[in-house]
Design a protein around this ligand. Structure first.
Ligand code: ADP
Ligand code: NI
Length: 212
């Protein structure tokens, strides 16, 4: 099992090169570290947590023409190549399919406890200084303006609408990032999120202040 981790780490590192959208392997490694830290405070299977954290962004829908099945499918192929047991593969792939934020007004599909831990770790990386950097880097890579007061934020009621949204990056703070604080699953995740959320809120406040 140690070998599955080592080989998966090498695979992810090779497959996710440096990118401008905040989804590179540095992100994955931060998510793994936080997922293990949070996971140690819960009764979870840490092997599932670690493998899922490593594989969670292996084929994100945003970079596969909106195809939501690419992530779980790619993870499954990889784990099958390691000859991992089917129930482990199923656990990992179900989490990957349900992990993503799908819109402010879209209900979360049920997650296993391992899934909750990885989701909290992934969401921590969307907050704080790194969260701000990732948002503007992603927005820049998509050619989006920083801000436009004429374009109000939306509360997306479907994943389709959320995916199609092309508003300025500052809107993303209202459409997702500032909402995450109340959607953490674990006590440890929530605690780690607090300070990062406050920093984000302060950033938005200052941004709008300077704009005005
Ligand atoms: P999830 O981890 O819930 O799947 P995503 O992969 O969609 O989230 O997004 C990860 C990070 O990419 C976000 O936290 C944010 O920093 C950035 N991002 C995604 N969508 C946008 C957007 N529309 N505008 C700005 N940043 C975005
Ligand atoms: Ni991620």
């Amino acid at each position: 099992m140690e070998e599955w981790i080592t080989r998966t780490e090498a695979y992810v590192r090779e497959k996710l090169p440096i990118d401008a959208t905040g989804h590179d392997w540095h992100h994955v490694f931060r998510v793994r570290r936080n997922a293990l830290a949070i996971g140690r405070t819960e009764s979870v299977d840490l092997l599932v947590v670690e493998l899922t954290a490593l594989l969670h962004d292996i084929a994100d829908h945003k970079f596969h023409g909106g195809d939501e099945t690419a992530g779980p499918r790619t993870a499954r192929q990889w784990l099958e190549s390691l000859q991992a047991p089917e129930d482990l593969i199923e656990q990992v792939c179900q989490i990957i399919a349900r992990l993503s934020f799908k819109g402010a007004a879209v209900a979360q599909e049920p997650l296993s406890l391992e899934g909750m831990v990885v989701q909290d770790a992934d969401r921590l990386d969307a907050l704080g200084a790194i969260g701000i950097a990732r948002a503007f880097s992603y927005g820049g890579a998509q050619g989006r303006p920083l801000y436009d007061p004429a374009v109000p934020p939306e509360q997306h009621a479907s994943f389709e609408a959320y995916k199609k949204g092309a508003g300025p990056t500052l809107n993303h703070f209202y459409e997702k990032l500032l909402l995450l604080k109340d959607r953490f699953n674990t006590a440890a995740g929530r605690r780690l999120a607090e300070e990062r959320h406050d920093f984000l809120a302060e950033f938005v406040r200052r941004f709008l202040d300077e704009w005005a």
